[in-house]
Design a binder for this molecule. Structure first.
Ligand code: SME
Length: 153
């Protein structure tokens, strides 16, 4: 993905968070935009922190998943939440602590969303490609999470 395309998507996300709609509608629009515009993003969703140790599935774009509640520490999402750090798995077949949503998924990147120091949610990206993610994806998705955190949490 080119830098100009990343900037264009970020500008569209800034427009989405400004429009008059509920938080869930805005989060869903962001998921749909990311999935449509980035080839290797095949499932895009938000998980929101509930209580001390649980992630609950929020708006998403892609196939429905059975993993609607995930405990901290479980799977890639739960590990990212426990560590409070991005978690990148370029080949999910090599990750033992993994919750499969679809046999088509080959890689996954989870980026935490913070409000100040507090973890409030995550942005989860699944890809049907092997090892498609690079440092620019991470930086780009951290920018997305910052916009979302500033505007919607
Ligand atoms: N694969 C994730 C579960 C969520 S789905 O990707 C939508 C995990 O291992 O935490």
């Amino acid at each position: 993905m080119r830098g100009t395309e990343r900037e264009a998507i970020l500008a569209e996300i800034r427009d989405i968070v400004r429009k008059s709609a509920s938080r869930d509608e805005k989060l869903r629009d962001i998921c749909e935009l990311l999935r449509k515009r980035v080839d290797h993003y095949d499932w895009v969703g938000f998980y929101l922190v509930e209580g001390d140790e649980t992630l609950v599935l929020g708006p998403f774009s892609g196939e429905p998943t059975v993993h609607v509640r995930i405990k901290f520490g479980e799977g890639i999402c739960g590990q990212a939440a426990a560590l409070k750090k991005p978690f990148l798995v370029q080949d999910v077949s090599r990750e033992n602590n993994y919750l499969s949503c679809s046999p088509l998924v080959k890689s996954e990147l989870v980026v935490p969303i913070f409000k100040g120091e507090v973890l409030v949610g995550e942005l989860d990206i699944d890809s049907h490609k092997l090892a498609p993610f690079n440092d620019e994806d991470l930086k780009f998705l951290q920018d997305v999470c910052k916009i979302v955190s500033d505007a919607l949490f």
